[in-house]
Write a new protein. Structure first.
Length: 202
Protein backbone atom coordinates (compact mmCIF):
# COMPACT_ATOMS: atom_id res chain seq x y z
CA UNK A 1 0.00 0.00 0.00
CA UNK A 2 2.91 2.32 0.79
CA UNK A 3 4.40 1.82 -2.65
CA UNK A 4 1.03 2.20 -4.36
CA UNK A 5 0.46 5.63 -2.80
CA UNK A 6 3.87 6.88 -3.92
CA UNK A 7 3.36 5.57 -7.46
CA UNK A 8 -0.16 7.00 -7.75
CA UNK A 9 1.00 10.39 -6.47
CA UNK A 10 3.83 10.46 -9.02
CA UNK A 11 1.60 9.46 -11.95
CA UNK A 12 -1.11 11.96 -11.04
CA UNK A 13 1.44 14.76 -10.62
CA UNK A 14 3.07 14.03 -14.00
CA UNK A 15 -0.27 13.85 -15.82
CA UNK A 16 -1.45 17.10 -14.24
CA UNK A 17 1.84 18.85 -15.06
CA UNK A 18 1.79 17.79 -18.72
CA UNK A 19 -1.92 18.58 -19.09
CA UNK A 20 -1.53 22.00 -17.49
CA UNK A 21 1.45 22.68 -19.75
CA UNK A 22 -0.69 21.99 -22.82
CA UNK A 23 -3.61 24.07 -21.52
CA UNK A 24 -1.40 27.04 -20.68
CA UNK A 25 -2.53 30.23 -19.00
CA UNK A 26 -2.62 29.98 -15.21
CA UNK A 27 -3.08 26.20 -15.18
CA UNK A 28 0.68 25.42 -14.97
CA UNK A 29 0.99 27.98 -12.18
CA UNK A 30 -1.75 26.32 -10.13
CA UNK A 31 -0.28 22.84 -10.60
CA UNK A 32 3.28 23.99 -9.88
CA UNK A 33 2.30 25.85 -6.74
CA UNK A 34 0.33 22.78 -5.67
CA UNK A 35 3.44 20.64 -6.04
CA UNK A 36 5.58 23.19 -4.18
CA UNK A 37 3.13 23.39 -1.27
CA UNK A 38 2.83 19.60 -1.16
CA UNK A 39 6.60 19.33 -0.89
CA UNK A 40 6.67 22.06 1.74
CA UNK A 41 4.07 20.28 3.86
CA UNK A 42 5.36 16.73 3.47
CA UNK A 43 9.10 16.86 2.84
CA UNK A 44 10.17 17.71 6.41
CA UNK A 45 8.20 14.71 7.67
CA UNK A 46 9.51 12.44 4.91
CA UNK A 47 13.13 13.51 5.47
CA UNK A 48 12.99 13.53 9.26
CA UNK A 49 13.72 17.25 9.59
CA UNK A 50 13.64 18.71 13.10
CA UNK A 51 11.68 21.92 13.81
CA UNK A 52 9.39 20.98 10.94
CA UNK A 53 6.94 23.88 10.97
CA UNK A 54 9.48 26.55 10.14
CA UNK A 55 10.89 24.38 7.36
CA UNK A 56 7.36 23.72 6.07
CA UNK A 57 6.93 27.46 5.60
CA UNK A 58 10.40 28.04 4.13
CA UNK A 59 10.14 25.28 1.52
CA UNK A 60 6.59 26.09 0.46
CA UNK A 61 7.30 29.84 0.31
CA UNK A 62 10.41 29.36 -1.82
CA UNK A 63 8.52 27.21 -4.30
CA UNK A 64 5.51 29.52 -4.46
CA UNK A 65 7.70 32.60 -4.98
CA UNK A 66 9.64 30.89 -7.76
CA UNK A 67 6.40 29.90 -9.49
CA UNK A 68 5.04 33.43 -9.20
CA UNK A 69 8.18 34.96 -10.73
CA UNK A 70 8.21 32.53 -13.65
CA UNK A 71 4.50 33.13 -14.26
CA UNK A 72 4.61 36.93 -14.06
CA UNK A 73 7.90 37.38 -15.95
CA UNK A 74 7.73 34.69 -18.65
CA UNK A 75 10.29 36.43 -20.86
CA UNK A 76 12.98 35.82 -18.23
CA UNK A 77 11.78 32.32 -17.40
CA UNK A 78 14.22 30.86 -14.89
CA UNK A 79 16.53 33.86 -14.48
CA UNK A 80 15.41 34.70 -10.94
CA UNK A 81 15.51 31.17 -9.57
CA UNK A 82 19.17 31.24 -8.42
CA UNK A 83 18.37 34.30 -6.30
CA UNK A 84 15.32 32.59 -4.78
CA UNK A 85 17.38 29.49 -4.02
CA UNK A 86 20.23 31.53 -2.51
CA UNK A 87 17.96 33.50 -0.18
CA UNK A 88 16.13 30.32 0.79
CA UNK A 89 19.40 28.58 1.62
CA UNK A 90 20.33 31.43 3.96
CA UNK A 91 16.88 31.30 5.54
CA UNK A 92 17.27 27.57 6.15
CA UNK A 93 20.62 28.15 7.87
CA UNK A 94 19.12 30.87 10.06
CA UNK A 95 16.18 28.60 10.93
CA UNK A 96 18.62 26.00 12.25
CA UNK A 97 20.86 28.53 14.00
CA UNK A 98 17.97 29.89 16.08
CA UNK A 99 17.43 26.42 17.50
CA UNK A 100 20.48 27.14 19.63
CA UNK A 101 23.63 25.29 20.51
CA UNK A 102 23.27 21.64 21.30
CA UNK A 103 20.21 21.14 19.09
CA UNK A 104 20.26 17.67 17.57
CA UNK A 105 20.55 16.91 13.86
CA UNK A 106 21.09 20.51 12.78
CA UNK A 107 23.33 19.59 9.84
CA UNK A 108 21.05 16.77 8.72
CA UNK A 109 17.99 19.01 8.93
CA UNK A 110 19.76 21.77 6.99
CA UNK A 111 20.78 19.44 4.15
CA UNK A 112 17.34 17.85 3.97
CA UNK A 113 15.59 21.23 3.97
CA UNK A 114 17.88 22.53 1.21
CA UNK A 115 16.92 19.51 -0.89
CA UNK A 116 13.26 20.30 -0.30
CA UNK A 117 13.83 23.90 -1.38
CA UNK A 118 15.47 22.76 -4.62
CA UNK A 119 12.56 20.44 -5.40
CA UNK A 120 9.92 23.06 -4.61
CA UNK A 121 11.67 25.71 -6.72
CA UNK A 122 12.19 23.23 -9.57
CA UNK A 123 8.41 22.83 -9.80
CA UNK A 124 8.33 26.26 -11.45
CA UNK A 125 10.05 24.67 -14.44
CA UNK A 126 6.69 23.28 -15.52
CA UNK A 127 5.46 26.85 -16.01
CA UNK A 128 8.48 27.64 -18.18
CA UNK A 129 7.88 24.40 -20.08
CA UNK A 130 4.34 25.52 -20.89
CA UNK A 131 5.68 28.85 -22.14
CA UNK A 132 8.18 27.10 -24.41
CA UNK A 133 5.55 24.69 -25.74
CA UNK A 134 3.16 27.51 -26.67
CA UNK A 135 5.82 29.85 -28.04
CA UNK A 136 7.20 27.11 -30.27
CA UNK A 137 3.76 25.89 -31.30
CA UNK A 138 4.29 22.31 -30.14
CA UNK A 139 1.15 20.22 -30.67
CA UNK A 140 -0.41 18.15 -27.93
CA UNK A 141 0.51 14.70 -29.22
CA UNK A 142 4.05 15.83 -30.03
CA UNK A 143 4.52 17.23 -26.55
CA UNK A 144 3.21 14.08 -24.89
CA UNK A 145 5.37 11.82 -27.07
CA UNK A 146 8.51 13.95 -27.18
CA UNK A 147 8.49 15.25 -23.62
CA UNK A 148 6.16 13.03 -21.63
CA UNK A 149 7.68 9.73 -22.76
CA UNK A 150 11.31 10.43 -21.78
CA UNK A 151 10.23 12.03 -18.53
CA UNK A 152 8.18 8.94 -17.71
CA UNK A 153 11.27 6.77 -18.19
CA UNK A 154 13.29 9.04 -15.89
CA UNK A 155 10.46 9.04 -13.37
CA UNK A 156 10.31 5.24 -13.32
CA UNK A 157 14.04 5.00 -12.63
CA UNK A 158 14.00 7.73 -9.98
CA UNK A 159 10.75 6.44 -8.52
CA UNK A 160 12.19 2.98 -7.98
CA UNK A 161 14.99 4.51 -5.91
CA UNK A 162 12.58 6.68 -3.93
CA UNK A 163 10.30 3.75 -3.18
CA UNK A 164 13.16 1.56 -2.03
CA UNK A 165 14.33 4.30 0.35
CA UNK A 166 10.89 5.06 1.81
CA UNK A 167 10.57 4.27 5.55
CA UNK A 168 8.02 1.67 6.56
CA UNK A 169 6.25 3.92 9.07
CA UNK A 170 6.06 7.00 6.85
CA UNK A 171 2.93 9.15 7.23
CA UNK A 172 0.53 9.51 4.30
CA UNK A 173 1.58 13.09 3.53
CA UNK A 174 5.19 11.90 3.41
CA UNK A 175 4.29 9.17 0.90
CA UNK A 176 2.46 11.63 -1.34
CA UNK A 177 5.42 14.01 -1.16
CA UNK A 178 7.85 11.26 -2.19
CA UNK A 179 5.72 10.73 -5.28
CA UNK A 180 5.39 14.43 -6.14
CA UNK A 181 9.02 15.43 -5.50
CA UNK A 182 10.60 13.63 -8.51
CA UNK A 183 7.97 15.15 -10.81
CA UNK A 184 8.70 18.63 -9.44
CA UNK A 185 12.42 18.12 -10.01
CA UNK A 186 11.69 17.09 -13.59
CA UNK A 187 10.28 20.56 -14.27
CA UNK A 188 13.71 21.82 -15.31
CA UNK A 189 14.28 18.75 -17.46
CA UNK A 190 10.92 19.39 -19.15
CA UNK A 191 12.04 22.90 -20.16
CA UNK A 192 15.24 21.59 -21.72
CA UNK A 193 13.45 18.69 -23.43
CA UNK A 194 10.83 21.06 -24.83
CA UNK A 195 13.49 23.36 -26.27
CA UNK A 196 15.34 20.43 -27.86
CA UNK A 197 12.09 19.09 -29.31
CA UNK A 198 11.20 22.50 -30.72
CA UNK A 199 14.63 22.76 -32.36
CA UNK A 200 14.27 19.31 -33.91
CA UNK A 201 10.81 19.83 -35.40
CA UNK A 202 11.43 23.43 -36.46
Amino acid sequence: MKYARIIIAAVVALVLALTAGLVGGWAPFVVSVGMAVTIGVGWPAAAGIQARRRHNVLIASAGALACLLVQLVPSQRLVWLPAVIGVSFMAVCVAELVRGEGAKYRLESTLASVTGVLAAVAASGWIAFSTVAHEQGLSGWLTVAGVGAPLTVILVVAGARVISAAPENLARRGMITLGVTPVALLGMVAVFTGQVLAAVVA
